[in-house]
Ligand binder design. Sequence first.
Ligand code: NOJ
Length: 599
Amino acid sequence: MSQHLTDAPSSAAAPAADDAERRDWWRDAVIYQVYPRSFADANGDGMGDLPGVTARLPYLRDLGVDAVWLSPFYASPQADAGYDVADYRAVDPVFGTLNDADDLVRAAHALGLRVIVDVVPNHCSDQHEWFKQALREGAGSPLRDRFHFRPGKGAHGELPPNDWESIFGGPAWTRTVDGDGRPGEWYLHLFAPEQPDFNWKHPAVHDEFRSVLRFWLDLGVDGFRVDVAHGLVKADGLPDIGHSEQLALLGTATMPYFDQDGVHEIYRDWRQILDEYAPRLRPGAAPSDRIAVAEAWTPTIERAALYLRPDELHQAFNFEYLSAGWDAAELRAVVERSLSAMGAVGAPATWVLSNHDVTRHATRFANPPGGGTQLREPGDRELGLRRARAAALLMLALPGSAYLYQGEELGLPDVTDLPDEVRQDPSFFRAAGQDGFRDGCRVPIPWSGTEAPYGFGPVPGGPSWLPQPPEWAGLSVEAQQGDPGSTLELYRAALRLRRELPALGAGAAVTWLDAPQGVLAFRRDAPEGAAGTGNATEAADGAGSGFVCTVNTTGAPVELAAPGRPLLSSAAGGAAQPVDGDSAVRVTIAADTAIWWAI
Ligand code: NOJ
């Protein structure tokens, strides 16, 4: 059972009264992704670490998020920034110690924040003990059955066992070298060669991950983000796909290595483990409040919903929403499809605009549509920021749970001009510099000061693992806080209202309202008997309990009937402008602007 149920310090119970009333906290949670390498560096070695995160937790509490998701901080050679795990139960020295992880979880709980950690079950590191032993023991080693080792094709086994391509470019197979120096069997790695795929048909793999989940649940974490959740089970016989350019098909077609039906059995098993744990703040009560969120790139939203049936996982990232362009019709369509698919299995929809794998949305929206999620052009920065701010208000107004990626609350753009020699994304190297630009969204956060690393590390002029651009001095937390026109204050205000207004947060539907071309307008009503966690009446200044969000996705101002009293606008200059002084009837909404209204 959980350490924190039995021996949590009394301060950890402080938010209990408030929290205990909020059943199923995850249905409307705002979850903030911390990328530990780049969040805060306490020891000054240029790499973020767990003590750095712990020290900044009050910032996240004040921002108004409910939970923190930490990307991997486990023992790892860092061939894929920690998504190559050598020991699932150890903290890599670069990030700290297990005690630091424990401190972080306790400190977060004491502040009323939940903690979700990454679990990486599709593959490990080639430095994982099982894999090292499998290599050492050679063909026939029982350890090899826990991975996908195969003899090669061709007269001398010189060809890979099948035609699968790695997501990071090149073949998904690497040939081993036997003890006598001769070429041996091949092993499967859907990602980098340093990330061998586990064979989930082997019982030891199941047992190992059950134990890993329990290890972190016992330490007190509130849940898991499941890396490559769609990849664990491969089609029987590892069949050829029959052609190259397979990456272009990802997310649109069923591949023999992704989204196989067999994965669901694993998640039904994991759900039972999560459910064994009593709620952290309500010991002895049911149901459990430990959750899992799937990173599942599936051909359709409906396929993603299968991972969220009541006996499987709790949430899945909504990558169709993340991939949608800044276009009212496209956005409306994906919102409708998401709500309907998730509603069909009783799961909350989720919304996400950025993460550590894609170009930040302030830069995606600055570029022409259709460019994908790996961009190298800065585009029109002003336009990108304007749309990013509007997109944040849209996302936070939708029913369900939202994921924020560190730095989006500062309006950070991608760093598109990193010199090639500082890049670390393994896919950049496997694609010969033609792809794999994920380092651009991983540049360390600017906290304060005028000299790099802008408070990321303790010493001005000290190192940071990726260089920050000089203009980030003006985007730091210190530079933005207290400035009502800043993106940071916009996020804080939106998250505060989201807590206060009963119509916001959980729910399964929106009511679309008539709106001019290129404008989204929808209404949300407070569920029967619902009360926000704050003073809704005060927030809405005497308005009723309904809420409307209007989003002008066009590049020109639009005029529309004011649906109510403006609460918050994404335009730095303030809310909607009354037309001819008649604010009660018609207003003009600036280009690329979202407005929240109380009705
Ligand atoms: C998805 C992670 O988000 C990404 O960063 C990683 O490279 C791959 N999975 C492989 O683990």
